[in-house]
Design a protein around this ligand. Structure first.
Ligand SMILES: CC(C)(COP(=O)(O)OP(=O)(O)OC[C@H]1O[C@@H](n2cnc3c(N)ncnc32)[C@H](O)[C@@H]1OP(=O)(O)O)[C@@H](O)C(=O)NCCC(=O)NCCS
Length: 169
């Protein structure tokens, strides 16, 4: 089961741990935008991973309008969850990934619940997400946290309202 799941802003303090987890236990396409670099976790892709996360160190008011959090389970860095300001006020978009060995234990749903608390604390009223219809893990996490799902153009759009405090269990 998920146990103790916490979020910690991504910073130089946890960036190398995150890169280690990503390189050992995730596909580049799950964790960062595409870059022109040799396939796999080449040195160029590792440096791009660092720069991609550094670009959001300033959080929601910064240039990427994104706050990224390292997901910690029992004190260990296991993945990332982010929120990005939408064009409309009081709304953020979320996305997350976990290393393979951390998947299937409820950590994704626990991380999203923590993110909902942080979004509410930042004054947000809606959290949205998009995934593909075949991503059963992501769809379960979203519905477990109370999302309403809508399918359009081959994508599933999820919406979570923060007017009701998210359930903790
Ligand atoms: C999507 C992801 C974050 C889900 O987190 P997770 O911690 O593994 O999810 P949970 O353990 O909370 O599982 C949620 C549910 O999905 C199910 N599930 C998880 N992975 C699954 C899979 N590959 N196939 C089928 N069901 C799966 C679990 O059994 C669980 O079911 P339940 O709600 O009936 O108990 C994680 O699998 C991941 O990092 N995937 C790669 C990146 C990715 O796809 N991110 C989402 C992009 S939108």
């Amino acid at each position: 089961m998920a146990g103790d799941v916490r979020l910690e802003p991504v910073s130089e303090r946890n960036l190398e741990s995150l890169l280690s987890v990503a390189a050992a236990e995730a596909d580049p396409t799950d964790v960062m935008p595409p870059v022109e670099a040799p396939a796999g976790w080449s040195q160029a892709r590792r440096e791009a991973f660092r720069e991609f996360h550094r670009a959001s160190f300033a959080g929601l008011p910064g240039p990427t309008r994104t706050r990224m959090y390292a997901v910690l389970a029992a004190g260990e860095v296991v993945g990332v969850i982010r929120m990005t300001r939408c064009a409309e006020p009081e709304a953020v978009e979320t996305g997350l990934w976990l290393g393979r060995s951390a998947r299937g234990r409820g950590i994704g749903a626990a991380a999203l619940r923590e993110l909902l608390h942080k979004a509410a604390a930042a004054g947000m009223r809606r959290v949205v997400a998009a995934t593909t219809p075949d991503n059963r893990g992501a769809l379960s996490v979203l519905t477990n946290c109370g999302a309403r799902l809508r399918e359009a153009n081959g994508q599933v759009h999820a919406e979570l309202s923060l007017d009701v405090t998210p359930k903790d269990h």
